[in-house]
Design a protein around this ligand. Structure first.
Ligand code: NAP
Length: 265
């Protein structure tokens, strides 16, 4: 099996990456930074996001596995002292592959259309003033938004920024996107639903810029600023992210441990 390791860059993660390469070589695994079959992320959930975006063009041919060097993550389930066990399983066992939805975001700008994908979410905010945008669902006007911003999350991202905004936590086996508001202004001109909305796979939403405005867009941890956005189409991507599971990693156990503090047995 070909693999690549992406680490968070801190001392412990770098040490574990070096150790992983030694263990992997002894088990016959082949390091291949360009065309890996398995991407091993060592650090936290943020490291997995970086690993994903550095191999996003190969997403259909690769699987991810995460080692955490801090707290138990949503993407990283292996502990630092389990590295040897992980390498052994990678060499000897066939993992269960679980596939989670991604968000697809198509920007319509003065330069034409450009497409992005996100594991956690896409966010849109005004840079200089509040964001002013029309939100259409399935090509029909849904609401006129004015406020700090909009977050469009995948189910995997529902436990991240979306959760801080009061959005629902959604099991990643459900193919959908969730739209959450950040501090919307509600008056007679601008009126929004106020609660988050969940779109199924066959629906889409368009965020249409309603004034000349500088906008900040994020795709997971990546961000860009543009002044020429006409509209943004958000939908569930036809592509998915694959995780290699060598042992069970139930989503609701992770939610319970991360947010409620009860230990997972
Ligand atoms: P960061 O600002 O360094 O860390 C954000 C935190 O979010 C980290 O603790 C990270 O976990 C955690 N996280 C990432 N994905 C998660 C998930 N799917 N479920 C639960 N927690 C998750 O930024 P970063 O590490 O580059 O991560 C970017 C992410 O930060 C964005 O995708 C967004 O979801 C999140 N974010 C959250 C807020 C907010 O809640 N107010 C605001 C902006 C961005 P680790 O420590 O394990 O890496």
């Amino acid at each position: 099996m070909n693999y690549v390791v992406i680490d968070r860059g801190d001392k412990l993660s770098k040490q574990l990456a070096a150790q992983f390469h030694i263990l992997a070589a002894a088990r016959g695994l082949v390091r291949n930074d360009e065309r890996p079959q398995m991407v091993v992320s060592i650090g936290g959930d943020g490291t997995l996001l970086q690993a994903f975006h550095s191999h996003a063009d190969q997403v259909e041919d690769i699987a991810f596995v995460g080692v955490h060097t801090g707290h138990l993550g949503f993407f990283a389930d292996w502990k630092a002292d389990e590295l040897e066990e992980l390498v052994r399983m990678m060499a000897e066992d066939e993992p269960k592959i679980v596939r989670y939805p991604l968000a697809e975001i198509v920007l319509d700008t003065s330069e034409g259309l450009s497409t992005y994908i996100a594991v956690n979410e896409f966010t849109l905010k005004g840079v200089d003033n509040t964001l002013v945008a029309q939100i259409d669902i399935n090509d029909e006007l849904f609401e006129m938004f004015r406020g700090d911003g909009i977050v469009v999350s995948t189910p995997s991202g529902s436990t991240a920024y979306n959760k801080s905004l009061g959005g629902a936590v959604i099991h990643p086996s459900i193919d959908c996107l969730q739209i959450a508001e950040i501090a919307s202004i509600n008056n007679r001109v601008y009126r929004t639903l106020g609660s988050s909305v969940v779109l199924p796979q066959h629906h889409h939403c368009d965020i249409i810029s309603r004034k000349d405005q500088r906008l900040q867009l994020t795709f997971d941890h990546l961000n860009i600023t543009r002044s020429d956005i006409r509209s943004i189409r958000c939908s569930v991507s036809a592509r998915k992210i694959s995780f290699a599971r060598y042992r069970p990693f139930p989503f609701w156990n992770r939610v319970r441990e991360a947010f409620l503090g009860y230990e997972v047995k």
